[in-house]
Unconditional design. Structure first.
Ligand code: FCB
Length: 445
């Protein structure tokens, strides 16, 4: 059975600055927490760093050509704060902002809408040295940075997002510690959550003050969490993980409250007037989705939360993430009910890593990624049929890239990158996606 997406459905592809740009020390860019973290032995698999990544800083023309050829309506990328403000605040690095200026023009020339995310995890190290997201002042400095970018690009970029996955900024950066800046502390997580929420609010206000008519939101992250058993402790661990990973940010920003499992920890941090800052009207509701997981109580974990590994034999990606399109449909329905109502909904990241390789005919076949996309896009159609106003879907990612603590080991791209030569090879999944982006129907299985 073949099914069409609604007229005007927006197809996109997503990337992030540190994962693709490289040129880490070029043209005045300052170090970010990911430069420092990836250069710390033992933090990233194989000692990989983003020093070169996909060399997008030099090869952006070629990458924009790949987008044009793909036929997508939108390209989501992020700006590197420390490329624009090497010290995090103060003097603007003209060469840094010029890079994005040229990129935006090229994307528009290709007939593609630029969707700009202002923060995809690469905090300037100079601000981490001042406490990073644990320091409330960083929210103000973030808003100053937003002002710089908005004044320069707001005439052409209409779609903006304040943060990518604020949950992971706080939880993985300051709690789990497997992401930069690598801190493992419960208190640090509470502080980071609140500062990032304040930064979101101040960033939204700044964008609206700088320019009328921009379309603004935040990019949340949702994955259903189920308790591993009906034991009380597993239920508690699961509720806490759900609060930290799914609800802490949209609850605060949309409902104006912290979810119950973390409310008591958050309460001492809330100052008068904070909710007025944090709760800003959104123009769209966006999130990334990858999988669902089961949670059990774990006495050795800082938050007493453990993830049950996906059982062998269950369909899963190279990340060990279960392939469960129906969980995705369920998330879209639940998010509409809890948060977004009639707001347009966008999926700004979804995709899968597989062990792709170029075969002797020069092709990267990997039907698994195509089947993954078929299943997840089918879930989008099902959610739309159920009345959820899903208006667009962005694949993660345009290119294979630096997958954070896993370095270059995991390939999420629809375009293969040979890191030795920087050659780009569109995978079979690129051509599958192109058919859809150019108006083709989805063949459902
Ligand atoms: C998301 C991140 C993105 C990428 C994918 C696989 O959590 O936003 O940068 O790493 O996971």
């Amino acid at each position: 059975m073949a099914e069409n997406f609604p007229e005007g459905f927006l197809w996109g592809a997503s990337t992030a600055s540190y994962q693709i740009e490289g040129a880490a020390r070029e043209d005045g860019r300052g170090p970010s927490i990911w430069d420092v973290f990836s250069h710390t032995p033992g933090k990233v698999l194989n000692g990989d760093t983003g020093d070169v990544a996909c060399d997008h800083y030099h090869r952006w023309r070629e990458d924009v050509a790949l987008l044009r050829e793909l036929g997508v309506g939108a390209y989501r990328f992020s700006t590197s704060w420390s490329r624009i403000l090497p010290e995090g605040r103060g003097t603007v690095n003209e060469k840094g902002i010029e890079f994005y200026d040229r990129l935006v023009d090229a994307v528009l020339d290709a007939g593609i809408q630029p969707w700009l995310c202002l923060y995809h995890w690469d905090l300037p190290q100079a601000l981490e040295d001042k406490g990073g997201w644990q320091n409330r002042d960083v929210a103000r400095w973030y808003a100053d940075y937003v002002g710089v970018v908005a004044r320069r690009l707001g005439d052409r970029v209409k779609h903006w997002a304040t943060f990518n996955e604020p949950n992971n900024v706080a939880y993985r950066g300051y709690g789990e510690g497997d992401h930069a800046p690598g801190i493992k502390s419960r208190d640090a997580v509470w502080r980071a959550i609140h500062t990032v929420n304040l930064a979101h609010g101040l960033g939204m206000k700044t964008l609206r003050e700088e320019r009328a008519g921009l379309t603004l939101g935040n990019i949340y992250n949702f994955g259903p969490r189920e308790p591993a058993s009906d034991r009380e402790r597993d239920n508690e661990a699961c509720a806490l993980m759900d609060a930290l990973m799914n609800k802490a940010f949209p609850d605060a920003q949309i409902l104006g409250t912290y979810p119950e499992p973390i409310a008591a920890d958050m309460a001492p941090l809330i100052e008068e007037g904070d909710w007025q800052i944090i709760k800003q009207k959104l123009d769209y509701f966006a999130f990334n989705h990858y999988s669902r997981s089961r949670v059990r109580w774990d006495k050795d974990h800082l938050f007493h939360m453990g993830r049950v590994p996906t059982p062998a034999g269950t369909p899963m990606t190279e990340m060990g993430w279960e392939i469960a399109p129906d969980a995705f449909r369920q998330v879209m329905i639940e998010c509409q009910a809890r948060y977004s109502g009639t707001l347009p909904m966008y999926i700004l990241e979804n995709g899968a890593a597989f062990r792709d390789a170029v075969d002797n005919e020069g092709r990267v076949r990997y039907p698994q990624r195509i089947e993954f996309l078929r299943g997840y896009l089918g879930a989008v159609l099902d959610a739309i049929a159920a009345g959820v106003p899903v208006k667009g879907y962005f694949v993660w990612s345009l290119l294979d890239n630096f997958e954070w603590a896993l370095g270059y080991d995991k390939r999420f791209g629809i375009v293969y990158v040979d890191y030795a030569t920087q050659k780009r090879v569109p995978k079979d999944s690129y051509y599958f996606y192109r058919e859809l982006a150019q108006g083709g129907a989805l063949e459902r299985r």
